[in-house]
Write a protein that binds this ligand. Structure first.
Ligand SMILES: [Zn+2]
Ligand SMILES: [Zn+2]
Length: 152
């Protein structure tokens, strides 16, 4: 999904869920880590975290767009647009926006199945695949590694 397609999607969701047009710009942010998006008070543009445009995270995209549009519309209407405001909470719930950015980092962390630990200095090595402990040693002290945990 490119920026023009995202723009179109945001405009559609705005009309469908809020009954009001989105008349500003949406940009893709590739450096965002933990947040799903951002609404800019100064020029009213939205930013969406590029991770949520990837196919495997696409399921969260509408919820994130609705969250940012909730800030957007309330701010332009002069109503309580901040997370703590009642207007925000009520409208977010009504349109079905996500409350927090989904933790997509979680999925990546869970892929690390094996936890090795150095028997000498205690340094831990989470790994996606099994490693041959007869061939690989601790990068810090050269000690022997041992499988200490098999994460799900
Ligand atoms: Zn927010
Ligand atoms: Zn070590």
């Amino acid at each position: 999904m490119n920026e023009a397609e995202l723009q179109k999607l945001v405009e559609e969701i705005s009309i469908k869920a809020f009954g009001r047009p989105f008349v500003h710009q949406v940009k893709i942010n590739r450096r965002m880590k933990t947040t799903g998006g951002r609404y800019h008070l100064d020029d009213h543009h939205l930013e969406i975290n590029a991770h949520f445009l990837e196919a495997e995270n696409r399921q969260y995209l509408a919820g994130i767009i609705k969250h940012e549009l909730t800030h957007y519309h309330l701010h332009l209407l002069g109503l309580g647009y901040q997370h703590k405001d009642r207007d925000f909470k009520v409208l977010l719930k009504r349109v079905g926006g996500s409350r927090y950015a989904p933790n997509i980092g979680q999925g990546r962390r869970q892929q690390r199945k094996y936890l090795y630990q150095c028997q000498k200095c205690g340094l831990k090595y989470p790994r996606v695949r099994k490693i041959n402990t007869r061939r690989y040693f601790c990068g810090r002290c050269g000690g022997q590694l041992r499988l200490v945990e098999h994460l799900n």
